[in-house]
Design a protein around this ligand. Structure first.
Ligand code: AMP
Length: 199
């Protein structure tokens, strides 16, 4: 199995690079943000709860998020080649829970791909995405709160995973294809996994 965390600030390109990774390595994609937005669209109880936090740019409480992830791993990800975790973990307790969830399934986290992008570029990308997709939390006020939350609650994970020797530093500015090449090269060095042959 190959289990990868796609790590980075909001707007750093996690969704875009996840799509490349799942295609290239045939992995199962879990985007916690997408999962929550799907519940909001369907008007479920979880969606109503999640919406209160997401619209404020705040994180969903850890235990709720961890229970949701456990459930998805159980129902959807079993028997797959591995998982790309996109947007999870976002706090140290979530990171500790992830390692336990993987351990109890007899596997491990192999690498954390850290997309590093300057702050002004993040803001511009999210504003542009807001215009293109109408995503509700891509407005300047909520973007600023999300970036604060990222710095205070999520960024400590960079040191946490660096200390464990799992963090791969990627320059996330520039051309999507070149960023992906860098990810693929570093993943191969770290885990030995090879890209599928190009047709
Ligand atoms: P994303 O699509 O990953 O940018 O996530 C959008 C929003 O969903 C975030 O701003 C949070 O409110 C919520 N969210 C997504 N993933 C998590 C998580 N792992 N923990 C807590 N909240 C999350």
């Amino acid at each position: 199995m190959l289990n990868i965390v796609l790590f980075g600030a909001p707007g750093s390109g996690k969704g875009t690079q996840s799509a490349r990774l799942i295609d290239e390595y045939k992995l199962y994609h879990i985007s916690t943000g997408e999962l929550l937005r799907d519940h909001i669209r369907r008007g479920t109880e979880l969606g109503k709860t999640a919406d209160k936090y997401i619209s404020q740019g705040q994180l969903i409480p850890d235990q709720l998020m961890i229970d949701i992830l456990d459930d998805v791993l159980e129902k959807e990800a079993a028997g797959k080649n591995g998982v790309v975790f996109d947007g999870f973990p976002r706090t140290i307790p979530q990171a500790e829970a992830l390692s336990e969830l993987l351990r109890k399934r007899g596997t491990d986290l192999h690498a954390v791909v850290g997309l590093e992008v300057p702050e002004d570029e993040l803001v511009n990308r999210m504003l542009e995405r807001g215009k293109q997709t109408g995503r509700a939390d891509d407005n300047i006020e909520t973007i600023k709160r999300r970036l604060d939350v990222y710095h205070n609650q999520t960024l400590p994970l960079k040191d946490y995973y660096t200390d464990k020797g799992k963090y791969l530093k990627i320059n996330g500015s520039g051309i999507v294809d070149e960023i992906f090449q860098d990810i693929a090269n570093q993943l191969e060095d770290k885990t030995g996994v090879k890209r599928r042959k190009k047709k």
